[in-house]
Design a protein around this ligand. Sequence first.
Ligand code: FAD
Length: 387
Amino acid sequence: MNILCVGAGLSGAVIGRHLAEAGHQITVVDSRSHAGGNCHTERDADTGVMVHVYGPHIFHTDDAEVWDYVNRFETFKPYKNRVKSTTRGLTGEQEVFSLPVNLHTINQFFRKTMRPEEAHDFIVNEQADTSIENPETFEEQAMRFVGKDLYEAFFKGYTIKQWGMHPSELPASILKRLPVRFNYDDNYFFHQFQGMPENGYTPMIEKILEHENITVKLETEFTPETGAEYDHVFYSGPLDGYFGYELGRLGYRTLDFERFTHQGDYQGCAVMNYGEEEVPFTRITEHKHFAPWEEHEGSVLYREFSRLAEPGDIPYYPIRQVKEKALLADYVKLAEQTAGVTFVGRLATYRYLDMDVTIREALDAARGFAACLEKGEAAPAFFTAPL
Ligand SMILES: Cc1cc2nc3c(=O)[nH]c(=O)nc-3n(C[C@H](O)[C@H](O)[C@H](O)COP(=O)(O)OP(=O)(O)OC[C@H]3O[C@@H](n4cnc5c(N)ncnc54)[C@H](O)[C@@H]3O)c2cc1C
């Protein structure tokens, strides 16, 4: 079959590769001038630093098939994400703490030397607000779990900046369980496999796309008319965009990156969060620390600001509140009435997806499509339901 994949990010590349290996002719189009989607990396010409152009990306997964898959196309170097945060301590002075909130953070914040059980009892019995029986908001949930001091220092300001909403307006479900650790483990992720592609994500995704049955067309905008020339379309662009936003726009947060350079080491770590509400940015990322096996004198940094996406902005984080989900349901109905198109990936299913989940879903979609062909059935609009 002649198949069109819209988007040269992980979704389009993995689906395209799988179907190309099965003998189909694949065309991959992307409106951008590079492959890689939002995982795109690029070496800075002046400093030689590998820059995560659309924000920092750390690969982490428990999915062994996905881990084997990415290692087939690129060497992964060991990398653990260890995040720091500035915020005001109990004295009101700005200090640097370890994240996620762990035993080191708790001991430093409260000026104590507690062991794990002592810290657990201290947080649960002396800090947590147990008068809140059925927390409904993010704020109530955080107050009930960790109490006012840690909530205000580490969760409140950051959340307001990240989501543009007060935690009292966000649902409790965002904080599902006790968001602190009572040991000194400061590895941000729990996953078994964690790492960073030695040469960046874009060369890895370009290698996925390198197959005799795949043609890649960059700087090529998809239109439904182009889609009609193919036997099937896998679309990884924005769901509302496919339908010309005819029902309205799905809400997203976007990010503005204020890029700056520095001679030497600016902050000594890859990610420094800013928990204080009065600091307008959420974090600073120093890209050379994502490749600790490389040495660079110069440094490239991003100050990251979050705001509501306007038409024309890059959509980063889907908002997915009640209003957005109602609109999403309407777009899902439209998609289900559209023959010959399968909607895939983070934008077309309007979900935040880590890279490993994106690859898992792309492999499942490609296999699901092959199974439909075998049975003589039409492929569905979604292999993973957006709602
Ligand atoms: C700030 C940020 C940080 C992240 N950090 C991590 C992390 O640390 N670890 C992790 O696992 N995941 C992370 N992710 C998630 C990761 O970015 C996604 O999993 C991944 O990008 C999803 O790939 P995709 O192919 O579905 O979408 P995308 O990467 O967005 O690719 C879609 C492509 O489609 C193209 N396109 C869209 N519409 C059209 C059109 N009409 N015509 C032609 N082309 C079109 C776009 O140009 C884009 O290249 C992060 C995401 C964000 C927002």
